[in-house]
Design a binder for this molecule. Structure first.
Ligand code: PEP
Length: 264
């Protein structure tokens, strides 16, 4: 690894006036898997802000396994994210899947997300790095930790050091959960790099009932924050509804985890 080799102090990434990720703070990123409508997004954004979220997540462009599944509402979703950020004051984390959309996404996003399926799309990583915006880099579900870090290295090599690593589960032998959260990747990535590490338990397990224990495990393992799918519609959500927790469950998770972190 080049500039990622741990160099003393872990880096903190300033996302907005109100939010810096890393540097000893624990960051909560919450929101719907996919932006669907104004009522849905604003409702969730207000609810998660009241319950302790620092950043709002929501996909406008959705990379789906099946081409026949809901693919997101695209640029209309970006407009809704902009409105939700303006109303709630929350910074936005949203995915960019295509180099052609980078400029439009960067106008709205405080953090540009690179999804698991594009973790090694180096041309896209390069374009996203050039925006100068913070980037949340998901681990590809078939990537080793060094492969994931080399993806981050592409961002750094293009001059963008504002990188958040995100562990989101890998493909393992079992099929009882959607993917398998690699909890050991959290301390390992922090040992091998200076970058903040976020964990996404929702996409890792694909089940709302397992999100809270996995989030607690992430916090205990030293993660700098957690990104969770929160949606009031439950299983009716158009994208990954079975893994979304309710706003109240999110609030309880924040309270419990913050208590746990204070007692460590
Ligand atoms: C997401 O966070 O919306 C997402 C699609 O995640 P992943 O790329 O990890 O599957």
């Amino acid at each position: 690894l080049g500039s990622l080799a741990a160099t003393g102090e872990p880096s903190a990434v300033r996302v907005s006036d109100d939010c810096t990720v890393g540097g000893g703070r624990f960051t909560w990123i919450a929101g719907p898997c996919a932006v669907e409508s104004e009522a849905q997004l604003l409702g969730v954004a207000r609810a998660v802000r009241e319950r302790g979220a620092h950043l709002l997540r929501g996909g406008a462009f959705k990379p789906r396994t099946s081409p026949y599944a809901f693919q997101g509402i695209g640029k209309d979703g970006l407009d809704l994210l902009r409105a939700a950020a303006a109303e709630t004051g929350l910074g936005v984390v949203t995915e960019v899947v295509d180099a052609a959309h980078v400029e439009a996404v960067a106008e709205v996003a405080h953090v540009l997300q690179i999804g698991a399926r594009n973790a090694q799309n180096f041309a896209l990583l390069h374009e996203v790095a050039l925006t100068g915006r913070p980037v949340l880099l998901k681990r590809g579900f078939g990537c080793t930790v060094p492969e994931w870090l080399h993806g981050a290295e592409y961002l750094l090599a293009a001059g963008n050091g504002k990188v958040l690593l995100c562990e989101r589960g890998v493909r393992a032998h079992g099929d009882s959960t959607r993917f398998t959260l690699d909890i050991s990747a959290v301390p390992l990535a922090k040992r091998l790099s200076h970058l903040p590490v976020i964990v996404d338990p929702s996409h890792a397990c694909g089940r709302s009932d397992l999100v809270a224990p996995l989030a607690a495990a992430a916090a205990a393992a030293g993660a700098d924050g957690v990104m969770v799918d929160v949606d009031g519609q439950g299983h009716a959500a158009l994208c990954d509804g079975e893994q979304a927790i309710t706003p109240d469950a999110f609030g309880a998770l924040v309270r419990r985890t913050d208590r746990m972190l204070h007692s460590l």
